[in-house]
Write a protein that binds this ligand. Structure first.
Ligand code: PDD
Length: 279
């Protein structure tokens, strides 16, 4: 497939960066994953705005403006034949002359983008739901930055997989925050809830879309400051949302059935709405 590296389109296997790149040495970099449906970016502007915020929070120079990104990604998607893709875009602080913890502030950022197929979901994930486990959140506190410092996330996801689960839901001080690569929703006492945004939660684009759909559909919903693990255990529905998963119903939490153990009616409603937007 075709990748983009620092202004050039080239074969993915030829896209190489220096071992001195601060993204490689220190995870000093940010990224986005943008879903494309039939060649069209879904929530593209929201993703680019979040990317701009991530860059600002780390003080990394913006390699290009919104129009520039739109042009690069459109060309990349076209070079990869369009269709249903996940576009990965990463910007690192750049390549200094030597490894040094101290940040060199005038580096030219490294820009990498490539596409991966977005295969259709396993139908069982949608008919039967997925299993999730809860785990103490060991990540740092700046989770609003979509940084590539994902070691705690990938270890938690792997631990979940070892327990036969599809996602780990991270809990800090008894509060449910988000999945390792997803946001969390629940239906509790008939109300749709997702934790209010704070430092320790990524403001997911899919999360925002689902909240908009709920508002438009008149679904009673709230963003509580704290969603306790106890409350989550009493939920009739739990979902995880992301640009890759869309909305997955979670029907087993830590081995116990969620509600009646099947995807619930609020999920079905939101799932249909979201599918209509991406068709
Ligand atoms: N991850 N929370 C975390 C920690 C995430 O990594 C992601 C997405 C989300 C959902 O955000 P969005 O709806 O904008 O995709 C929430 C991407 C998909 C990834 O790392 O591959």
């Amino acid at each position: 497939s075709t990748a983009f590296l620092n202004g050039e389109f080239l074969a993915l296997e030829d896209a190489k960066v220096s071992v001195l790149d601060r993204g490689f040495l220190f995870s000093d970099s940010v990224y986005e994953v943008i879903p494309y449906y039939d060649g069209r970016g879904f929530g593209l502007d929201a993703h680019l705005q979040r990317l701009a915020r991530s860059l600002d929070m780390l003080g990394i120079a913006h390699p290009c403006d919104m129009d520039g990104w739109r042009r690069i990604l459109a060309e990349l998607v076209e070079a990869n034949g369009g269709g249903d893709l996940a576009v990965y875009l990463q910007i690192t602080r750049g390549v200094p002359e030597r490894r040094d913890h101290r940040i060199t502030h005038d580096l030219t950022p490294t820009v990498v983008a490539f596409c991966q197929d977005r295969p259709p979901h396993d139908p069982a994930a949608l008919t039967d739901g997925i299993a999730a486990v809860t785990q103490e959140d060991t990540r740092w506190h700046y989770c609003t930055i979509k940084s590539t410092s994902l070691l705690a996330n990938v270890l938690a996801a792997d631990a979940a997989r070892a327990q036969g689960a599809n996602e780990a839901i991270m809990v800090r001080d008894g509060a449910v925050l988000e999945g390792t690569s997803s946001n969390v929703f629940a239906v509790i006492d008939g109300q749709l809830v997702t934790p209010a945004l704070r430092d320790t939660i990524l403001p997911g684009i899919t999360r925002g879309v689902v909240l908009d759909l709920a508002a438009r559909d008149g679904v009673d919903h709230a963003e509580p400051e704290t969603l306790t693990l106890d409350a989550l255990r009493g939920a009739s529905e739990i979902w995880v949302t992301s640009s890759i998963r869309e909305i997955f119903p979670v029907t087993r939490l830590d081995g116990a059935p969620v509600g009646d153990g099947k995807p619930g009616p609020v999920w079905t409603q939101m799932q249909e709405r979201l599918q209509a937007m991406t068709d």
